[in-house]
Each structure stands twice: as structure tokens, then as C-alpha cells.
Design a protein around this ligand. Structure first.
Ligand SMILES: Cc1cc2nc3c(=O)[nH]c(=O)nc-3n(C[C@H](O)[C@H](O)[C@H](O)COP(=O)(O)O)c2cc1C
Length: 290
């Protein structure tokens, strides 16, 4: 995505040339500008740069209206795309940290669609600062609420849901199969939960598919950069239902470039008699069966 970032000085110029925005300006420093979107005298959104003269790298939003910022979008690597979202519920001391990139050690959750929406929001901010900040704030409010809900779902997920979120958020997991007397392992990323079953997807033309048809016992492993990992042993069962293929393609649209629900190649498997073990360097393993 092409993102054009502007400096605080440029932003100030843009704001000052717009009478509506000028009225909203409540702080105007070298490193930060803040706007009061709803006219209550308190700043609702702030744009800042690490040093004067640098491009804006952080946007903070007060989602609760209590005068404290609780949503931060931060661009760590300076490419204009936020790498980190920091989100705090009202009054919470700790902020939930949501990472965008695989490189960010602090983060642990990939919120997929919601993050894509936030990226669009920030892209919008960078391109169009001064046009509709109120719209942007409303947009962020909407999505931050959805993000909190998602974080909550993850925090409380049990059983198969917990396994699904882990594999989904890890992004990539490794699928081991048996090939005669030899082990084979490869990266996989497709994951879907539907009707109480956890699905993965492959193509019938692949060696992995042939191995599964000969021996359906597999093991999956994934890890996150917070010192945790997951192993799941299971038997794979093929599900040829058109409906479940469509759901997978909808969830992971990039697959549409290679597969369709009506081709003779796309293949869906769900995990049966699964034993999942959540492991960590600092806690006892926890087992989940489904
Ligand atoms: C990050 C990542 C995710 C992948 N996800 C899948 C997947 O979900 N399903 C799949 O069939 N192939 C996936 N692939 C491609 C397989 O790893 C690749 O086709 C592999 O060679 C299949 O194993 P095989 O050669 O033993 O058949 C993925 C590759 C990468 C790099």
C-alpha cells in the first residue's frame, strides 16, 4: 500500500487553511498537534512525531471521551503503515497490544479484517488529513469496539475455539504427515472453524494430500513470539461439502487465485480425535481435546 506521510508542520498548515479544522485545534506544538473533534474543549485525537520535523508516526485517539487517549496507532518502521495498535479499556492500567507485523515482538494478536480496516483508516488519515477527522474518529470508535470484543473472545476462548484462535493468529503453522516411513513437514496457513469443526485446506494435486489419504494421522505445530507454542495431533477427515469450501474461500480470499469450490483440486479436512497441547516456557502445558 502506498502511504504518503506528512510532517507536523505540513499538518498544521493544512489545518490552518481549513476554518473548520482550525476551530478544532487545541494543541499545536513542534512534535504534536491535537484536535477537539466534538467541541467539548478536550483533545480527542493527537498526531505526533518522534522528533520535530519528522513525519507523523503516531496517532492517539480518545475513544471514551474522558480526556485520555486509549487507542494508539504507531508506525515503528517509518513506512507509513501502522505496526502497532495499543488499546486500553477505560481505566485499565495495561494496554492490550496488537501487532500488525510479524516482526513486532510485543504483539500477539492478528485481527485480520479489523486490522485491514484500521490500515485503511490510517491510510485515509495520511492522505486526507483535514478532510474528515470526525469521520475517522467515528470509524475508529466503531472498529476499536470490535477489536475489544475480539480481544475479549480470545482471552476467554476455550477448547477448540482456543486452538482455532491460536492457529489463526499465528498465521503460519507446520503440518507434519507420514510418507511411508519418513516424516514430511511444510508450512500451512489455512484455518477455519465451522459447525464445531476445525478445518484446514489443501490441493489434491499435492504430495501432502496423497500422504494424508494413505495415512490420515498428522501433527500440527505453531508458535508465537511470546514464548508459547502449540502442538495438535489429530486424524484428518475429508469433507467434500461445497458449503465449507465456499466458507474457506470467503475467509481467505487469496485462495481464490488458486482454487474454487467447484474445481477438482480443492480439498478440505477437519481434525478428528484431536489432542492439542498449549505449551510455554513459563507455565505447565495445558491439554485440550476435541
Ligand atoms: C505461509 C505458508 C502457508 C501455506 N499454507 C498452505 C495451506 O494452507 N495449504 C496448502 O495446501 N499449502 C499451503 N502452503 C504451501 C505448502 O507449504 C506447499 O505447497 C508444500 O510444498 C506442500 O507440501 P507437499 O510438497 O509435501 O505437498 C503454504 C505455504 C506457506 C509459505
Amino acid at each position: 500500500m502506498e502511504v504518503k506521510r506528512i510532517s507536523i508542520r505540513e499538518a498544521k498548515k493544512r489545518i490552518k487553511s481549513d476554518p473548520e479544522l482550525s476551530k478544532m485545534l487545541v494543541r499545536s506544538g513542534w512534535k504534536e498537534i491535537a484536535l477537539d473533534l466534538d467541541g467539548d474543549g478536550m483533545a480527542d485525537v493527537s498526531f505526533s512525531a518522534e522528533k520535530p520535523g519528522r513525519k507523523i508516526d503516531t496517532m492517539a485517539v480518545d475513544l471514551s471521551g474522558n480526556g485520555e487517549y486509549n487507542l494508539y496507532l504507531h508506525d515503528l518502521d517509518g513506512n507509513g503503515i501502522p505496526d502497532l495498535v495499543l488499546l486500553a479499556e477505560d481505566g485499565a492500567e495495561e494496554r492490550a497490544v496488537v501487532a500488525f507485523g510479524g516482526e513486532v515482538e510485543l504483539g500477539f494478536v492478528n485481527l485480520g479484517v479489523k486490522i485491514a480496516n484500521l490500515l485503511v483508516a490510517e491510510d485515509f488519515m495520511n492522505r486526507e488529513l483535514g478532510i474528515s477527522l470526525a469521520d475517522l474518529a467515528a470509524y475508529l470508535k466503531l472498529h476499536a469496539a470490535a477489536m475489544l470484543l475480539e480481544l475479549d473472545k480470545r482471552a476467554n476462548a476455550q477448547g477448540i475455539d482456543r486452538v482455532y484462535y491460536y492457529l489463526n493468529d499465528a498465521g503460519t503453522y507446520y503440518l507434519a504427515t507420514v510418507d511411508g516411513t519418513k516424516p514430511r513437514v511444510r508450512p500451512f496457513g489455512t484455518i477455519l472453524i465451522d459447525d464445531g469443526k476445525l478445518y484446514i485446506q489443501t490441493g489434491k494435486s499435492k504430495a501432502v494430500s496423497k500422504q494424508i489419504s494413505q495415512n490420515p494421522f498428522v501433527e500440527i505445530s505453531a508458535s508465537m513470539n511470546n514464548g508459547t507454542w502449540l502442538r495438535v495431533e489429530a486424524k484428518l477427515v475429508e469433507d467434500d461439502s461445497h458449503d465449507v469450501k465456499v466458507k474457506m474461500l470467503e475467509k481467505m480470499p487469496a485462495l481464490k487465485a488458486m482454487y474454487s469450490a467447484d474445481d477438482d483440486n480443492m480439498q478440505m479436512f477437519y481434525l478428528k480425535d484431536a489432542k492439542a497441547t498449549f505449551c510455554s516456557f513459563t507455565a505447565q502445558p495445558e491439554e485440550v481435546t476435541f
